[in-house]
Design a protein around this ligand. Sequence first.
Ligand SMILES: C[S@@+](CC[C@H](N)C(=O)[O-])C[C@H]1O[C@@H](n2cnc3c(N)ncnc32)[C@H](O)[C@@H]1O
Length: 303
Amino acid sequence: MFRPTLTALSKKSSQAWVARQGRDHFVKLRVASQFKSRSAFKLIELDDQLDFLKHPDVNVVVDLGASPGGWSQVVSQRLGYGDGTQLEPEEDEHVTRETFKPRPKKKRIMPSLPGSAYDPLNIDTIEHEIAQRERAGHGFIVAVDLLPIGTIPGVRSVRGDFLQPEVNREIQELIWRRTKRDLPGPVSEARVDVVLSDMAPNISGHAIRDMELSYDLCMAVLNFAKRNLRAAHEIGRPMGGALVLKNFASNAMAEFRREHLEPYFHTVHSVKPQSSRSESSESYLVCRGWQPADGFRPSFGFL
Ligand SMILES: C[S@@+](CC[C@H](N)C(=O)[O-])C[C@H]1O[C@@H](n2cnc3c(N)ncnc32)[C@H](O)[C@@H]1O
């Protein structure tokens, strides 16, 4: 009997993956749009449907599992940074003075810069462009991932494992520093308006283990949200204070939703965006209107 070898199998599945990518409507859209990931369309769909980002009172957004940066780009746009186009990819990914490559003249965003008489690499122009976009938007985004995230207007990134206490501490300190600098009012423990998590554990192939890992990530994100989300009544909008959580369907997740989400949010919706592949069991829990019960916010600590 013919048994395919591992190499033959992996070659076949990678060919299938390439073929599927080529057919995929959202992959084509991504290429045309300059979004860093196809996932960007999932967040666009979620926000267009449930409207948690585009409010003037949304100032601080935390994007967990942000690399390569598609969701952060969408949030950046929705907080008013940029006009819907991102910085050109070569500027975006690796802009350092050493690695920057000038673009052809016709693609330049700014024709020239005051005060930069000689700037053959166009570096001042790029910095000026970034600074201009930074001025146009409001608030800020903290993007967290194990992997690098390029430069996106309004985004500050933290690289590390979200499950590690020192990474949590770094996120917290960044939020406090920026809040103190940029936002009016007292610096309190809870200044985040929206927590997003598109994190997924590395799939081991062992169904129960994978489900447990996914559950643990969701629980860690919820604990972070409990400490950091502004409550709906503080914001003055019933749907204010939102959490978006990627999850994989399981009985444990259904119970998590009933026990840990529904009692504390005004509404909880489970959404499978069109741009999420139908063969994946992923969906997103969109929880709006954070209303901590008395004493529900845990005393301050990490994890
Ligand atoms: C589906 S991708 C996110 C795509 C992203 N939303 C975008 O639009 O570009 C999931 C990300 O979660 C990150 N991730 C998984 N576990 C993590 C952890 N414990 N800490 C930080 N990042 C994690 C992975 O590194 C991966 O980049």
